[in-house]
Design a protein around this ligand. Structure first.
Ligand code: CS2
Length: 468
């Protein structure tokens, strides 16, 4: 079968880009060429360009792995998304990517783009662990390998913060305005977080650079949402049969997609509202809602699934007793939320239950369980702290921590940047206080939870119930 590289061999009902690809020039550098970006920001950008053409082509940068970059090269920047709705599969070709680079293979090419006047926005989906965020201070984690390396050699960066800072430094030297940095990772106040990390890194090399970024730079927060499982051979086989050609980059996703963005850009932006994005004054309430209801439930479901040998989220959602656990969790998480403008929370929660149960989406629990140490603070622990402060017992959040512990024991391992510290701690398990090992791992839990023995007792109680 031929490989996707133009629209000629495609089956007739495949949706193709409805704009002149040859005329599109770059405007956005995106860092983190994973499945999520391909089914989210790229789709919003394509739809916006189709309605209202502008030079917002995407230069897709992957920091480490060259694989998706090679595949884009072979496919001339094209790939497909298979939208799996209630009324069947819809194959769409996304053609908004105009260039592709692997930063580990050529940092200078990436920096040339960052320092180009064409680049007006840098979007990011690099995952929580890539930022080098110290969860205790909210600033840079100097023990993070990329942060340490980029502090030592700022002119040849390797990590996301290093690239943003060096790109901004080169723009300043050229007399250009900064690009807007638009974080699309699942962190609360994600723009504020990245701004702080960038300013700290810039201060190390040149306080005047930091001053300039602080005055001229913009880091709007954004809440992103679409469930996009990692692709499998099955995904690629389904794509081949729908498209009539092979697509190494094909991914499957749900029909739902949401993007709420603070409208604060230095050098303009695509009309993403034409594609359904919402611009808001403050994105914080939307981020909290999504992180605590969607992502928090996801983490609960993932570990519950692992404990019960259920492979996918939808498998957990097929067990009424487990759905009741998710509902109980959502109820407790909702109590910690402020009102969210334009959102009916009961409706939102029901919609989540339906999305999780979608029988056509094969979202592996192991995928969501990955990096739990990086996800827990914003998904579970912040809500636990607030609940305890408000006089509640926080039992629902203790339950999720107990599930995580039980799933670590079950697998005897975990895929997590804190893996070694956690496995070291497991060796000193105390039978009378079986969750204590996790609370002893530095920087994993906020101080107020480590010191709250009543709450830790609840974790132990939930753990005992799970073990029986
Ligand atoms: C998931 C998210 O893998 C995970 O941790 O919770 O990737 C989730 O699917 C997305 O945030 C949905 O928008």
């Amino acid at each position: 079968m031929t490989t996707l590289s133009n629209s000629t061999h495609l089956k007739p009902n495949v949706t193709k880009p409805a704009f002149d690809r040859a005329a599109l020039k770059p405007g956005i550098v995106h860092i983190g060429l994973g499945a999520f970006h391909r089914a989210h920001q790229a789709v919003f950008t394509q739809k916006a360009i189709e309605k209202n053409f502008g030079h917002w082509g995407i230069v897709a940068v992957n920091l480490r792995s060259p694989e998706p970059v090679r595949a884009l090269e072979q496919q001339d920047g094209l790939y497909s998304i298979i939208v799996r709705g209630a009324d069947g599969d819809d194959a769409q070709i996304i053609g908004v990517t105009v260039d592709w680079l692997c930063a580990a293979e050529g940092a200078d090419d990436v920096l040339d783009y960052l320092a180009s006047p064409d680049t007006r926005i840098v979007t990011l989906t690099v995952s929580e662990k890539a930022y080098g965020l110290d969860p205790v201070t909210g600033g840079l984690d100097m023990a993070h390998p990329a942060i340490a390396a980029d502090k030592a050699s700022p002119r040849s960066p390797t990590g996301v913060i290093g690239f943003i800072v060096e790109g901004l430094a080169r723009r300043r030297e050229k007399g250009l305005l900064p690009y807007t940095v638009l974080c699309c990772d699942n962190l609360p106040s994600n723009g504020h977080v990245v701004r702080r990390l960038v300013l700290e890194m810039a201060t190390f090399r040149d306080p005047e650079l930091a001053q300039w970024i602080s005055q001229e730079g913009k880091f709007p927060c954004s809440m992103v949402d679409r469930i996009v499982p990692a692709a499998t051979d099955e995904t690629r086989a389904r794509a081949a049969s729908l498209l009539g050609v092979d697509d190494k980059l094909a991914i499957e996703t749900e029909p739902f997609m949401q993007w709420v963005i603070e409208d604060d850009f230095v050098l303009g932006r695509p009309a993403w509202e034409d594609a359904g994005a919402v611009f808001a004054q403050s994105v914080v309430p939307y981020e909290d809602m999504k992180l605590r209801l969607l992502n928090g439930s996801h983490t609960l479901i993932a570990h519950l699934g692992i404990l019960h040998d259920l492979e996918f989220v939808r498998d957990v959602m097929a067990v009424p007793e487990f759905v009741a656990k998710v509902e109980r969790h959502m109820e407790a998480a909702t109590a910690t939320l402020d009102a969210v403008p334009g959102i009916d929370l009961p409706f939102y929660r029901n919609q989540l239950l339906e999305r999780f149960a979608n029988p056509t989406i094969a979202h592996r629990n192991e995928q969501i369980a990955m990096d739990t140490s990086q996800k827990l603070p914003q998904r579970i622990l912040a809500a636990a702290v607030e609940t305890l402060e408000a006089g509640g017992d926080g039992a629902e959040f203790a339950y999720v921590v107990a599930l995580w512990i039980a799933s670590i024991h079950k697998r005897g391992d975990l895929n997590d940047p804190r893996r070694d510290d956690i496995l070291d701690a497991v060796r000193n398990i105390d039978a009378n206080d079986p969750s204590a090992f996790l609370f002893s791992v530095k920087g994993l839990f906020p101080k107020s939870l480590v010191e709250n023995l009543a709450w830790r007792d609840l974790v132990n109680g939930e753990l005992a119930a799970l073990n029986s």
